[in-house]
Write a protein that binds this ligand. Sequence first.
Ligand SMILES: [Zn+2]
Length: 262
Amino acid sequence: MYRIKPLKQGEIMAPMGVLQILGDMSTLIVAPIYVWLIEGENRKIIVDAGIEEPVDGFVHGFPVSGGGEEGLRKALESENMKPEDIDTLILTHLHFDHVATTNLFHNARVYVQKKEWESAFNPPMHYRATYDANLFQCLEGMDLCLVDGDACVADGIELILLPGHTKGLQGVAVQTEGGKYLIAGDHFYSFLNLNPPKEPVKIEDLQGNKIEIQPSPIPFLPPGLHVDLSEWFDSCFKALSVTSRKNILPGHEPSLVGKQFP
Ligand SMILES: [Zn+2]
């Protein structure tokens, strides 16, 4: 059995239109960048490797604080760990805010979907700015495992292919004493995407800013960024076949800071 802890490596500011499709591009929210620690069965697994340190406050045009090697070391030190202690690194996908400290995990076997790997070197035109090969090319010299579809990493740790946000995004299903959890990566940025409101609600970002959200009649609310919206919806239902909604953990959900599962 395992336990999951989202550790904050940095913070990014993005328009609501990134968080929800056709959302307001002038309202900004502050969201966490997580590296996810999975511990148990003598394993130390990290899911995703965070964002770069900002230059003049920005990374790829987004205002960022924290991040980089320092952000990663601080996050791991809170658990008395160093990057070298990690035996397995799972990258949900290769977007710039998920891979920036990959090269520090010297002792880890690294899992990436083959489709994601291929697409990251030749992304669709509208997605070129979301990938930075300088950050993940180092994987060629590491213990890289390219996975083709759903796969088992260890007893109780499964990779679940969830295309839509990117061509080869994978979630990580983790068996815990509280049942099976699914780390969804950017398939769902926040609970807003997973549980669209049925009446107007206010959500809160990391800085306590409150943003009003209008009700949505659809079962899932897509983020603003995707390569294939039909595939994205199919992957939502696939995620629900893995575990129930209450055990799905969105990739940038502000309310998960400091939490652990179960
Ligand atoms: Zn992404």
